[in-house]
Each structure stands twice: as C-alpha cells, then as structure tokens.
Ligand binder design. Structure first.
Ligand code: GLU
Length: 304
C-alpha cells in the first residue's frame, strides 16, 4: 500500500523539473551506509560540510557564528520516515531530518554541532519568533497566514491531506466524513483547520502530536486521523494489520523551511542550496521515502 499511495501523491504533484545549475554543497551518498528497521532504503546520504561560508546580512547566521558554529533546528520526532527519534538508539531519521542536516552542512555546521529540538505543529511560529530555533524542518506547509509571522525557504516537498483509518473501517474517503464521525489531527495544523472550515458536521478531535491521534485511532476513540498523506503512510507502514490510508488527497501541502521573518539572506542561501542540490535531494528522498521506486523531481523553490 505504501508503494502505490506514495507514487500516487508524488505522481499527482505539479513538480517542476530541476535544472542543475552548479556544484552542490552536499555530496551524493557514500558507500557503506544502510537502512535501519526497514524504514530506509539503500545508503544513508552524507552531507559535505561547506567551508568559508559567509552570509552577509543574515541575523540568524550571525547568531550561529556567535554561538561557535552551533545550530538549533526545530523538527518533529514522532513521524516515521519524515522526522523520527528512535528512543532506544537516540538516532534521528527521516526525510525532513536529512533536509535539516543538509541545510546545516550548507552553513558549515557538522552533525555534532546540530541541536535538534522537537516542536509540535502549534508552537512552530512562536519558536522561530522567539529565536528558540534557527530554522524548522518538519512537514511545515507554506501558508500565507504563517508568512505573516515567519518566512519560508522552499518548497522542498509536496504532498496532500489524507485519511488514516482502522483496517476494517468503512470510511473510504473524504465523502464519508459525515455528521458524528470523529476526526483527529494536530492543534495548529493546516488539516485540522481544513476540517473545521470545510467539514463542520464532523467532530474534530485535537492533540498536540499526530502519534497521539494514531493511538486514539487504535483505541477506537476516534474514527479517522487526518493530516498529510506522507505522514499517514509512515504510520500505516508501522501497523499495516491495524491501519490503512484511504481515498485521494484533498489538499495541496508544500513543505518549506521555516525561518525568521525578514532574514532574506538566509532564505536565499537555503533556496540556492535546494536549487543547486538536486542530486542531494534525490539521495535524501531515495533513502527515506524511496521504497516505492518512484522517480520524482523536487519542487522549484519559490523566491517570493
Ligand atoms: N503540513 C501540515 C501543516 O503544516 C500538517 C503537518 C504538520 O502539522 O506538521 O500544518
């Protein structure tokens, strides 16, 4: 199921082809890596740490420099394949986490100088505004409302809102979200807002994190979990006997890297890194999400 869904959402996306314009700052995967626990494929990407980086006019980069080259990055840690923390090994994996590492490397920051901070959907803008994090990479949809408070580099990925239900559920898609159906999503997310705005007859249930919604679904407390399909596919793959993703995506979610409003120099730097690093993007995709074997192109960054 993971295969077909992933190809469907990625195939359906309007993903512009990327023209490689120069030398990437990251490197293609090195030999010798390996997947863990069946959630990754092939070799782990390695990121070449840039040297002599100067980003003039970036308050965030100045702060990183003043901190001795240490960066604080906001992520998710309960979303398999995207942003995940293995509680036993302490290892962080996922497409978003690797994008975060790639961006850090482009700033001249190596892995041991990255501090990852888990921040839930509802607290992302404030964490950026407060300067608690230098940037955020975690299934963070670019929206005009969020752009009032922060800025986004990217997009670097496209997906759409979907539905996760119990394996024997009769819900087959968004048309089955009728009165009385309990639908769970994360506070402060675009999917919970979409449910409240456009499906007023259903009963919304909110938690801070999607993993809490998944628990509620498994316990029969809710009838469906809704968020981006890319996220739901990760949960379904962990419990294929209990959970399934149904229906077609019913929104477009473009993921961006959240950063301080007005830090145009950093936004430009990240956008250039994304644009010039198509091979790095592909290696990150293949490793974390590539078990479908689907070939996709990354979206072109929007230099708004
Ligand atoms: N991409 C959506 C959002 O940014 C849902 C996923 C999330 O909450 O991180 O709100």
């Amino acid at each position: 199921m993971r295969k077909t869904k992933l190809s469907a959402i990625l195939g359906a996306g309007i993903l512009a082809s990327l023209v490689l314009t120069g030398c990437a700052e990251g490197a293609p995967p090195a030999a010798g890596g390996g997947g863990e626990e069946g959630t990754t494929t092939g070799e782990a990407p390695v990121f070449e740490v840039a040297t002599d980086v100067a980003i003039e006019g970036s308050p965030t980069f100045d702060k990183i420099t003043a901190a001795g080259g240490k960066v604080v990055v906001g992520v998710k840690e309960d979303q398999p394949n995207l942003g995940y923390l293995d509680a036993v090994t302490g290892e962080r994996t996922g497409f978003d986490v690797d994008v975060a590492r790639w961006m850090a490397a482009s700033l001249g920051v190596s892995e041991e100088n990255i501090e990852f901070k888990a921040i839930p959907s509802a607290n992302r803008e404030q964490a950026i505004i407060n300067g608690d994090i230098d940037y955020y990479v975690g299934t963070y949809s670019i929206t005009d409302k969020r752009k009032d408070q922060i800025d986004f580099a990217g997009p670097y990925f496209e997906t759409g809102q979907g539905l996760l239900v119990g394996a024997d559920s009769e819900i087959t898609g968004v048309d089955d979200l009728v009165a009385g159906v309990k639908v769970c999503s994360a506070t402060g997310s675009t999917p919970i807002q979409n449910i409240k705005d456009n499906y007023p007859e259903v009963t919304p249930v909110e938690f801070e994190k999607y993993s809490e919604c998944v628990e509620a679904l498994k316990n029969g407390q809710v009838d469906a979990v809704t968020t981006d399909e890319a996220i739901l596919i990760g949960y379904a793959a962990q419990a294929p006997d209990q959970l399934k993703v149904v229906g077609e995506p019913f929104s477009t979610e473009l993921y961006g890297i959240g950063l301080a409003k007005g830090d145009d120099a950093l936004r430009d730097h990240f956008n250039t890194t994304l644009e010039e690093g198509g091979d790095v993007w592909q290696s990150i995709f293949d490793y974390n999400l590539g078990s479908s074997g689907t070939t996709v192109s990354q979206p072109t960054p929007d230099r708004y």
